[in-house]
Design a protein around this ligand. Structure first.
Ligand SMILES: [Fe+2]
Length: 308
């Protein structure tokens, strides 16, 4: 990988080690299971706690003895939970559901559990350079020739958003949408990657999340929503493809975890700038939650360029 940054206010310095605030913020929403009405109680894990989710009506309920320490809600066909004990007033990033347009229906749901570090998994959502090394399915990447890619990053609520500046598309599957498409990829704390694809009459939202089930164990989820209900019957096939995609990340994450040392992560070059922003945003969120102040987004508008 190479990286030659266009002018940017806050370039990543080569070989920079970052003292990170490791781990998952607790006063933030994470998906824990699918929302199923009248499906009976289900056991889920979050932050190392076993929780029981019941859903007798439209909204899920937690039925454990310490249920008042937690809050549950339903959105995007999922149950989301956050810890509230001692943090009732803490600012929590809004759910991605608030951005979803009402005519979009779910066409894909995939989940893969991984034995890995939480932060390492979230870095996998924001790292643009891992794609050619990890996601090598024919329908995702058919051209082995590396190209220079340029993306414009801007701060967005509780994170940052990237818009591609290149005319070419990375993945053949995008060609199905048409050449006039626009693609933006948002990262939102605590651990959501939200990709929007828009073309003439076509809109798609591709959501990937990381849930910290326990120390060293996470769940990767991928949900795709689209304004084309004709794709709903294809959900089993699309979900199978989604699991294959997530499994490619899982293999790398478990390999990295087994070879990890205990030092601070090392970041170098423009492709790692989003990883630095992730840690900076998380520090800003924890500071805001600790002081009661508004979230002060540390991301500066930037253009990043690398070979992919
Ligand atoms: Fe990936």
């Amino acid at each position: 990988m190479i990286g030659d940054a266009a002018p940017t206010p806050a370039p990543a310095r080569a070989g920079r080690r970052v003292a990170s605030h490791r781990g998952a913020p607790e006063a933030a929403w994470y998906p824990v299971c699918r929302a199923v009405r009248k499906g009976g109680p289900r056991r889920v894990m979050l932050h190392g706690h076993a929780l029981t989710v019941d859903q007798p009506g439209t909204m899920p309920e937690l039925t454990d003895a310490d249920a008042e320490d937690w809050q549950a809600t339903a959105a995007l066909g999922m149950v989301w939970v956050r810890r509230v004990a001692g943090m009732e007033q803490a600012t929590a990033p809004p759910l991605p559901a608030e951005d979803l347009e009402p005519d979009m229906v779910r066409v894909c749901y995939s989940r893969v559990r991984v034995a890995t570090d939480y932060d390492q998994a979230v870095l996998g959502l924001v790292d643009p350079a891992h794609v050619p090394m990890v996601h090598n399915s024919w329908w995702w990447r058919s051209d082995p020739v590396r190209k220079v890619k340029t993306k414009q990053y801007t701060p967005s609520p509780f994170g940052f958003t990237a818009v591609s500046c290149d005319a070419f598309a990375s993945a053949p599957v995008y060609d199905l949408v048409g050449q006039d498409r626009s693609v933006s990829i948002e990262f939102r704390l605590p651990s959501a990657r939200v990709e929007y694809v828009r073309s003439k009459g076509f809109r798609l939202c591709n959501l990937t999340t990381v849930t910290p089930e326990a120390d060293g164990r996470i769940a990767l989820r991928n949900l795709i929503f689209c304004n084309q209900p004709l794709l709903v019957p294809a959900q089993p096939v699309l979900s199978w493809l989604g699991r294959r995609f997530l499994s490619q990340d899982a293999v790398i994450l478990e390999t990295l975890d087994s070879e990890a040392d205990t030092g601070s992560p090392l970041f170098a070059g423009p492709p790692d700038q989003p990883s630095l922003w992730y840690y900076a945003c998380k520090r800003a969120l924890l500071k805001a939650q600790g002081t009661g102040a508004a979230f002060d987004n540390p991301v500066e508008p930037s253009i990043l360029r690398w070979r992919t």
